[in-house]
Design a binder for this molecule. Structure first.
Ligand SMILES: [Zn+2]
Length: 186
């Protein structure tokens, strides 16, 4: 131990590690978040996945990302698209704000141009769904408005995100800040 006492930097590291080991409060809010974030999603085909998409060391778990990408695919054409980690992070933060006792129901993730066009006037030809940057989501027992408000509070902290409120779901995307409602339309 004397060797450790002569080395302040290493000593501080060890003290921090010991504090964590005995359950003392973390030294900063940033360290309070778990490193292995959880996402629990059910897609339109009732395929369900609850996964920690980060490894214990904080890096992304590529296998988990691949499984999520499959879940977020265009199920109509069975085509996988991009799934930016930023969208996953936003959805995980959103889910965390409601607790982890229910999954996110995915109404639409990635869309091919053909699927997007088939939706008609309900979908923009410049939709972020075409780039895998958007998700239409709902959560059982939570009104879409409450989901949209939770997304709004995250959006305000980030200075980004498109949020669209629909009758049965909320659209969230990782584009610039935008808000719209389509209440009364399907
Ligand atoms: Zn959408």
């Amino acid at each position: 131990m004397r060797g450790i006492m002569r080395n302040p930097s290493r000593r501080q590291v060890l003290i921090a590690a010991a504090a964590g080991a005995v359950g003392l409060p973390p030294p900063s809010p940033a360290r309070a978040r778990p490193t292995q974030q959880l996402l629990w999603v059910v897609n339109q085909r009732n395929e369900e996945l609850a996964t920690t998409y980060k490894r214990a060391d904080g890096g992304y778990d590529l296998n988990a990302l691949a499984r999520l990408q499959h879940l977020f695919r265009d199920v109509r054409e069975n085509v996988p698209g991009p799934l930016p980690p930023m969208l996953i992070e936003l959805l995980a933060i959103l889910q965390e704000s409601f607790g982890f006792d229910r999954p996110i129901n995915l109404h639409s993730g990635y869309r091919t141009p053909r699927t997007n066009a088939s939706i008609g006037e309900g979908a923009s030809p410049r939709s972020y769904h075409l780039h895998g940057m958007a998700a239409d989501i709902a959560m059982r027992g939570i009104a879409p408005l409450d989901l949209a408000l939770a997304a709004h509070s995250i959006s305000q902290r980030l200075g980004m995100m498109g949020i669209g409120l629909y009758n049965r779901f909320v659209h969230v995307d990782i584009g610039p800040t935008a808000r719209w409602t389509r209440i009364g339309r399907s």
